[in-house]
Design a protein around this ligand. Sequence first.
Ligand SMILES: NC(=O)c1ccc[n+]([C@@H]2O[C@H](COP(=O)([O-])OP(=O)(O)OC[C@H]3O[C@@H](n4cnc5c(N)ncnc54)[C@H](O)[C@@H]3O)[C@@H](O)[C@H]2O)c1
Length: 335
Amino acid sequence: MKRYLVTGGAGFIGSNFIRYIFGNNKLTGNENINIVNIDKLTYAGNLENVKKLEKKYNYTFIQEDICNRNSIRDIFNFYKPDYVINFAAESHVDRSIESSTEFIKTNVLGTQVLLECSLNSEIEKFIQISTDEVYGSIENGFFSEESPLKPNNPYAASKASGDLLVQSFYNTYGLPSIITRSSNNYGPCQHKEKLIPKVITNCLERRKIPVYGNGINVRDWIYVTDHCYGINKILNKGAIGEVYNISSNDEKRNIDIVRIIINKTKEILQNKGLDSNGISEELIEFVEDRKGHDKRYGIKATKLIETLGWNNSIGLEWGLEKTINWYIDEGLVVE
Ligand SMILES: NC(=O)c1ccc[n+]([C@@H]2O[C@H](COP(=O)([O-])OP(=O)(O)OC[C@H]3O[C@@H](n4cnc5c(N)ncnc54)[C@H](O)[C@@H]3O)[C@@H](O)[C@H]2O)c1
């Protein structure tokens, strides 16, 4: 029996990860797992994302803030996790530019609380879910796991601080930890404030689609289950103390991905026999650029591919189709 303690599991990637782990175990015929999901349920957390799991005998949801040291310690003492996978975070760059206080609390202090509790509990592995944004912006080429951290916005700085704390707990106490840094995720259950769901839902609601600056900033997109597959590989086979970058190398300029989504949404609605009137590139509205907007994030997953045999399986075209279909069929209920 392996006991997983997942934080932030009512959010986008965490909820996909929990479903992935249960699905994967069903496939291997081994349901010998137990998952505890701790989530504060901020504006970004949504229990609808994990609703179908509620009846499982080996799944427990606990509404709690990872910064609450005493409660988190009690949870560790009671559930005695083997694996801790920390997804809980304030995750939206724009909000961090408005105010960074919650970002420092959750992404730094919250991580420290989890690390301390892990140290006092006999865990096998601590996985810190981080981001390519900690490396900062790069015009050409790619960052590797050895590249220095040079975060440019408060969100990225808070995530980099969390990463440094994880590394310090590994170096100082030998805490068996691993850091994963992924590029931009997309897929079902993502909050509407993020670029891809915002474009899809604004199309569906015939609202203007804001694009920062001239739209030429480049992002690298990975379908969320490919990310979850990578995290699971790293959890099972990754080397302690290491960092793994996770990316599908599906780079697009923001304006290009927005155009692709608009046209795909229109096409999918038409194929379903649904109303697609009013969906066109005319919905695009260029708005004042984000402060300190990073031009491009660039990482490669070479280490993960070569040492652990990971590969992404869902390209951007198919992934967008799946995502758009999900928002048409189910996603409009997600606030
Ligand atoms: N979304 C991406 O493209 C992306 C890319 C790379 C890395 N990441 C990282 O992956 C992780 C998950 O990202 P996401 O997109 O799913 O974020 P999200 O905002 O959708 O979900 C975050 C979850 O954490 C919970 N949470 C926030 N503060 C908490 C606290 N103090 N205690 C307990 N729970 C708390 C929220 O309620 C929410 O359910 C984050 O650490 C993020 O930095 C995200």
